[in-house]
Design a protein around this ligand. Sequence first.
Ligand code: ATP
Length: 219
Amino acid sequence: MSNETMKIPQATAKRLPLYYRFLKNLHSSGKQRVSSAELSEAVKVDSATIRRDFSYFGALGKKGYGYNVNYLLTFFRKTLDQDELTKVALIGVGNLGTAFLNYNFLKNNNTKISCAFDVDTSKMGTMIREVPVFHMDELEKVLVEEEISVAILTVPAPVAQMITDRLVGANVKGILNFTPARLNVPASIRVHHIDLAVELQSLVYFLKHYPTGEIEEVE
Ligand code: ATP
């Protein structure tokens, strides 16, 4: 990411891909400007937050005009490094991992799973949607050769830390962790944790205990 992004608060930075996807759709339908109210309705972020977020990008919406779609798109493309394809490794070609391989991330942004790894020898040498599956023995070699710095973790929780240590050793800088395990990494490594079971449980809890209409924005 460029230095400009460093000044943006992390909560704002997390919303960037959301804004970017919506603006790309607007742009392809020929729209030149958008109001914060329209954006708010589409991305489900309140318009005060959108205005504050956009002020960090130097995009000051004009009353009665809104935001210039082209300006925002250029900014997002540059900030999110969308001109460059980011290659991602996937570790653990089980049910969830296979679903990610079948899901075409490229449709929405410029990230692509370019290799996958597993210990199950029956999966070796196969291709899933043009992505080759390698044995874990080849992990470090392939990651270094392909200069991959981002990995998705879809392995069983008990092996997650051990694999994470290997990823860090192979120069991976960012890990999207889909296992329930909490990972220990050096401060220079970024881990985003998505525990689907916890998310689902929390949704059910909120529905039960906070009637709709009373929902506050949770960042
Ligand atoms: P499946 O039905 O294929 O077992 P699953 O998602 O239910 O899928 P999990 O036990 O969560 O199964 O394992 C996910 C994947 O991680 C499997 O393909 C498994 O072979 C792989 N795996 C297990 N241990 C390791 C490891 N140490 N390194 C890499 N991959 C591993």
